[in-house]
Every structure is written in C-alpha cells, then in structure tokens.
Design a protein around this ligand. Structure first.
Ligand code: ZN
Length: 286
C-alpha cells in the first residue's frame, strides 16, 4: 500500500489506483443544480471507479474572484454549471489543463454556458441559447444518411419541446463509450435538445434522437451523446439530464459513467449492465 501510494504520488496523482478523481463544478444554473449535483456524484461513485469532489461558485452577482479550483488535482471535471463568467485566469487554467490531457464532461444546460468563451465552445463543440446563431463557423450538427452533417443554415440555436420519453440511436458503435450499447434504447422523459450549434470540430456523435416536429422539433436526428477532442484532452458531452427524474434513466447513468471514464482515461471498462434499456422499454434506477 505504501509502495503504491508512493509510486502514485510520483506518476499521476489524479488517476492513481483504481479511483479516478472527479471535480463537479456547479453553483449557478437555470436548472436545479442543488438537486442534480448529489445525483451525479452518487452515480459516478456507485460505479466504483470515481471519487468526486464538488466546487461551487459564488451565487449570481457574488465575488467570482474567490473561485479558483485546482483542476490539476483531477482527471476529470464535470460541469453542472450554466452561469456567470469565471475569472479570466480560471478560464485560461481550465483550457490549458484540458488541452494538455484533462478530461471534461458536459451535462445538459452546461452546454448553454459561456457563449463568449471561444475555447469552451470548442470543447463542447455545440451549444444552445444565450443568443447563439448558426451559420458558417457555427453550424448545427446533425446526423443524416449515416454520417455527421454540419448544417450552416442560419437560425437560432437551441430549443426543445415538452418532456417526453424518447429513443436514442447509437452511432459510431466502435467508439469505446458506445461499444456494446443496444442500437436503439429508450430514455426517460427529458428535454430533447435540438438545433445546437458551435464550432463542431473534432466531434464524434455517439447517440442521436429524432426531434419530432409534433413536439416543436426539427424532423432531424439531433446529437444527444458526443465525444470531442480538444488538444490532448477528451470531452464527453451529454445533452440529456434536465432534472433528477431524467437522470434516473439507466441509459443516462451508464452513458455518463462510461463517458466520464473515457474522458478521464481514454478507455472504458464499465460494462453495459443487464438493466440497460432496450428499444421499447424505459429503465429507471432510484
Ligand atoms: Zn433543461
């Protein structure tokens, strides 16, 4: 034990032993982050792969200069944050940490954040709301005829219909996160984001859903699960997870665990469990 601790200290404290060190960032969000952060923390820890700390920013209008987390102590940062800008030095520290190989996971409205922070937009690939407009340089990412299509048609980015259950279709099934998932699986009632846009570079789409025009949708296959490369860093972006109920979907839990492991390490060892949803049935965990 002492030897492993000593060796770990020497090589890579953030990924030492079996435990991947995770920092969840929250503190401002137009969603109930006080409820969802403990749920995200528990689902990561329940996999047995992660230990999780939480860094909470000051509330809206607070003194953001007091927020300066040490990203370098972690293998993964998970954002449950959609709020005011962080200090410039925190942004610079975060983008260089990811670029040098840090793992980043983006959940639901965290992809609405920081429209004016270019590196953040590159990390998340696409986002919505906050005045975003699609066009050349900020295309909408869609899945058509078996491939990613970058649609530069001009329009507002980010909308969703009423929360209903919907099916996810696995794409790029050879990717470590997607490997072994059913081709089609049901997700619990949630917001189905559509028309997200952004730089969309180094983007691999892992799961899409049909955005139904009868529920204020686009008629397109819209990205739900994404993997992005940013320098040496890996980013897992999941648009699902509006609230605790949506996060109880086994598909959300397992893809978040696997996406987090991939972003942190480049590998996925977390198996697809027996209770993973199938095409016609929602599966929940309390
Ligand atoms: Zn939402």
């Amino acid at each position: 034990m002492f030897l492993r601790t000593a060796v770990c200290f020497l090589i890579a404290a953030a990924t030492c032993g079996a435990q991947i060190r995770v920092l969840i960032v929250d503190g401002q969000n137009n969603h109930a982050w006080q409820q969802t952060t403990p749920v995200l923390k528990k689902m990561l820890e329940d996999s047995g792969k992660f230990t999780v700390d939480v860094a909470t920013t000051p509330p809206k209008g607070g003194d953001m200069s007091t927020f300066h987390p040490d990203f370098s102590a972690y293998a993964l940062v998970l954002s449950n944050y959609n709020g005011e800008a962080w200090p410039d030095d925190v942004n610079r520290a975060f983008e260089s940490w990811v670029k040098q190989g840090g793992g980043f996971a983006v959940v639901h409205a965290a992809d609405n954040a920081f429209r004016k922070w270019g590196s953040y937009q590159e990390m998340t690939a696409v986002g919505g709301w906050g005045g975003r407009q699609s066009g050349p340089g900020t295309p909408m990412a869609r899945w058509r005829d078996g491939a990613l299509v970058l649609d530069t048609k001009e329009g507002r980015c980010g909308q969703h219909g009423a929360r209903e259950p919907f099916a996810i279709t696995t794409r790029n099934p050879e990717h470590p996160i997607a490997k072994g998932l059913p081709t089609i699986w049901m997700h619990a009632a949630d917001e189905l984001y559509n028309s997200l846009c952004g730089p969309a570079r180094e983007l691999t789409i892992l799961g899409t859903a049909f955005s139904d025009p009868e529920n204020r949708g686009t008629g397109e296959q819209e990205p739900m699960l994404m993997a992005i490369r940013y320098g040496k860093g890996r980013v897992f972006h999941i648009t699902l997870g509006h609230d605790v109920a949506a996060m109880q979907s086994v598909g959300f839990i397992v893809t978040l665990q696997r996406g987090a492991e991939w972003a942190a390490t480049g590998r996925v060892t977390i198996p697809v469990p027996a209770d993973f949803p199938i095409a016609i049935e929602i599966r929940l965990r309390q």
